[in-house]
Structures are given as C-alpha cells and as structure tokens.
Design a protein around this ligand. Structure first.
Ligand SMILES: [Cu+2]
Length: 121
C-alpha cells in the first residue's frame, strides 16, 4: 500500500512538474514577436519591419530562389538563408532607431539592391 502511495505521489509530482515546467516556456513564446520574411532576387518581403524597443524578435526567413543572406550590422546579425530551409534569427533591439538590413550573400547582379529597414520604436 505504501509503495502505491509513493508511486501516486511521484506521478502527481511528475505531472505537476511537467505542467509547471511548460508554463514559463509558453509565456516566453507569447512574448516573442515572430515575423516571417521571404527573400528572393532582389528583395525582402516585407522590406520594412516595425518593432517596439525591448521586444524579443524572432525572424523566420525563407529563400524563394537562390541562397541569400540577412545582415543587420548594428545588431550583430548575419545569417545565411538557403532555399528549402527556414533560417531563424533572434535578437532584442533595445535602442529606438532605424536599422538597415542587407543581403550578405552575393546572389546575382541585383545583390547590392537587396535591402530593407528595421524600425525600432
Ligand atoms: Cu544577395
């Protein structure tokens, strides 16, 4: 009988622990601002992103054609985006301002025109 009680208590603890353990993650995910971006020769869609300062941002970037890059120099962000694979970029901009982002992988003759702006308010 005693072992049954111990096992039941363990089970309750595990379930409660599992539920509680998941809570902070769910809350954290709720606070992250997810933005989906499509990259193609020679633009990003959207090419203007607006966020509030202090908000954790998660960019999910996909390429529609050839390998591209995604770089925000001022925020130390530089990622490669290859077709068929989602690239996730995470950062938290703390200072209001206008941050240009550019393609950092030479993707064709229009490569240097491939850019956008992150606006932190
Ligand atoms: Cu490029």
């Amino acid at each position: 009988m005693r072992i049954v009680k111990v096992l039941t208590a363990l089970g309750v603890l595990l379930v409660a622990g599992g539920l509680l353990g998941n809570l902070p993650i769910a809350v954290a995910q709720g606070q992250v601002l997810r933005i989906d971006i499509k990259a193609k020769q020679y633009s990003y869609s959207p090419d203007t992103i607006r966020v509030k300062a202090g908000t954790p941002v998660e960019l999910h970037i996909v390429s529609m054609d050839v390998p591209h890059g995604f770089a925000i120099q001022a925020l130390n962000v530089n990622a490669v985006v290859v077709p068929g694979k989602e690239t996730v970029v995470r950062f938290t901009p703390n200072k209001a301002g206008s941050y240009p982002f550019v393609c950092s992988v030479v993707c064709g003759p229009g490569h240097l025109d491939m850019k956008g702006t992150l606006i932190v308010e």
